[in-house]
Design a protein around this ligand. Structure first.
Ligand code: BGP
Length: 476
């Protein structure tokens, strides 16, 4: 009973949200570097600009300045007893444009030093290859992943990383939250790597085509990685927000199931190596003529992943609509679940949903799971004495970790680790805010970019240290 002795406790971040140093060390511009800051209070969304425009506020340019603070930050994680640390390799540090013949040595060296710093404390680095930070040049010049040419750029980037870090990194993920684009809105399409659709194009069709190329790129990377080091564990990374039926009316139950299929078929392709039948039927019904070759399908079958990594923040609910006879998930709107409270950003808090989601995965896929994101974005208040009493964060994380432990103890689910999001305050991916804070470590910087960048420990810092030290037993 209990979690395995070598359970990987840790935290997760992404390069573009924490590093800063956007134009240092030979780094190229990524798509995150052309996204402005949004604001939850005024409901201002992030904008994607045409290149870097002087005078705009681009929060990822400096972010939490981990590029210059990483030694101090890793020491803080070590003090909490971290066993692992998940981050991404900024693609544009390695290939600033995407199509260069040779990688940028200075970028490779930065991650050598970062991974060495982790190992110094016995912290295992866990690496995402593509986390919402595709080269901007690739988006502009090639059209991002809607262009088959980008498969080769990704596989080359992945291969360079696998070869360089084969003795320093064992756990990898290919594309972060690849299934976010299943909601084919422009923001997600840009983050996942298909640059904006042209006027009049069918967004959903663009999404399926670029998602297919990403899935092929992922499968090729898995094959390349296993050839370089057979001990590598290479996973997919899925954004898991379970979708509940709004009522027990059979049509609502079916609507929720069809919605789950629509959002999570990416997992079928990654783990089982093939598309479910409904996907092909849908392409026929919608008249989508996609570039999916027999060779691609063979690659998908060969490049299956070793584990499922997933993020979990919230759950949704959906109600059937008479106007949607095909139960097409893109035509539904989420409905409010009145049994749940929500964060200040409207994310519905549901620790039980984590157990539901893990059982859903475990029933369908015979590979281990890893929770690689789970956290509570909140406004923190710094008291006069400098402390941050973030009991709400402890409550959120504690309830989710308890649910996770039940999955292992009662449901027998094979779980490799838990990396909460995000141990140090960083820039929010969806809103570009600094004030949407997740950390155990406070970073003195606000939405306008003002602050000293000084780090300080919140109350939750000491709580998580105890959770790790007792392997979760202190929560029982
Ligand atoms: C996931 C992303 C992360 C992260 C997290 C929290 O979707 O993988 O990059 O940011 O969500 O979201 P946000 O930062 O928008 O609060």
């Amino acid at each position: 009973m209990g979690l395995r002795k070598d359970f990987m406790w840790g935290g997760a971040v992404a390069a573009h949200q924490i590093e800063g140093g956007w134009n240092e060390g030979g780094k190229g511009i990524s798509i995150a570097d052309v996204m402005t800051a949004g604001d939850n209070v005024t409901k201002t969304p992030r904008r994607i600009t045409d290149g870097v425009i002087p005078g705009e506020n681009y929060p990822n340019h400096e972010a939490s300045d981990f590029y210059h603070h990483y030694k101090e930050d890793i020491a803080l994680l070590a003090e909490m007893g971290f066993k692992c640390f998940r981050t991404s390799i900024a693609w544009t540090r390695i290939f600033p444009k995407c199509d260069e013949a040779e990688p940028n040595e200075e970028g490779l060296k930065f991650y050598d030093e970062l991974f060495d710093e982790c190992h110094k404390y016995g912290i295992e680095p866990i690496v995402t290859l593509s986390h919402f930070e595709m080269p901007y040049y690739m988006a502009k010049h090639y059209g991002g992943f809607r262009n088959r040419a980008c498969i080769d750029f990704f596989v080359k980037f992945a291969t360079v990383c696998f070869e360089r870090y084969k003795d320093k990194v064992k756990y990898w993920m290919t594309f972060n939250e690849i299934n976010n684009q299943a909601d084919p809105n422009p923001h997600h399409l840009v983050q996942e790597g298909a640059i904006l659709a042209e006027e009049g194009e069918d967004l959903e069709q663009v999404m399926y085509q670029s998602a297919h190329y990403e899935l092929v790129a992922s499968a090729l990377a898995v094959k390349a990685g296993h050839a370089i080091n057979p001990d590598f564990m290479i996973g997919c990374m899925i954004a898991m927000c379970p979708i509940y039926p709004y009522s027990c009316k059979p049509v609502d139950v079916l609507a929720a199931e069809k919605f789950m299929q629509g959002k999570y078929f990416f997992t079928d392709v990654h783990v089982k190596g093939k598309y479910p039948n409904w996907v092909m039927r849908k392409f026929e019904r919608k008249g989508y003529n996609l570039d999916i070759t027999e060779e691609d399908l063979a690659i998908l079958a060969e490049g299956t992943v070793d584990y499922i990594a997933f993020s979990y923040y919230m759950s949704y609910a959906v109600e059937a609509k008479e106007t949607n006879p095909h139960y097409d998930y893109t035509e539904y709107d989420y409905v409010r679940n009145h049994f749940l409270k929500a964060s200040d950003w409207g994310w519905q808090i549901d620790a039980t949903g984590l157990r539901y989601a893990m059982n859903w995965f475990a029933d369908r896929f015979d590979v281990p799971l890893m929770i690689v994101e789970n956290g509570f974005g909140a406004y923190d208040k710094v008291e006069d004495d400098g402390t941050v009493n973030d009991d709400y964060r402890v409550e959120y994380l504690g309830n989710h970790i308890k649910s996770m432990i039940e999955c292992v103890e009662e449901d027998g689910i094979d779980l490799l680790g838990y990396t909460m999001w995000a141990p140090i305050d960083i820039v929010s991916a969806s809103t570009g805010e600094m004030d949407k804070r997740y950390g155990f470590v406070y970073v003195d910087k606000n939405n306008a970019g003002e602050g000293t960048l000084a780090r300080s420990k919140k109350k939750s810092f000491y709580w998580y240290k105890e959770v790790i030290a007792t392997n979760g037993e202190c929560l029982k």
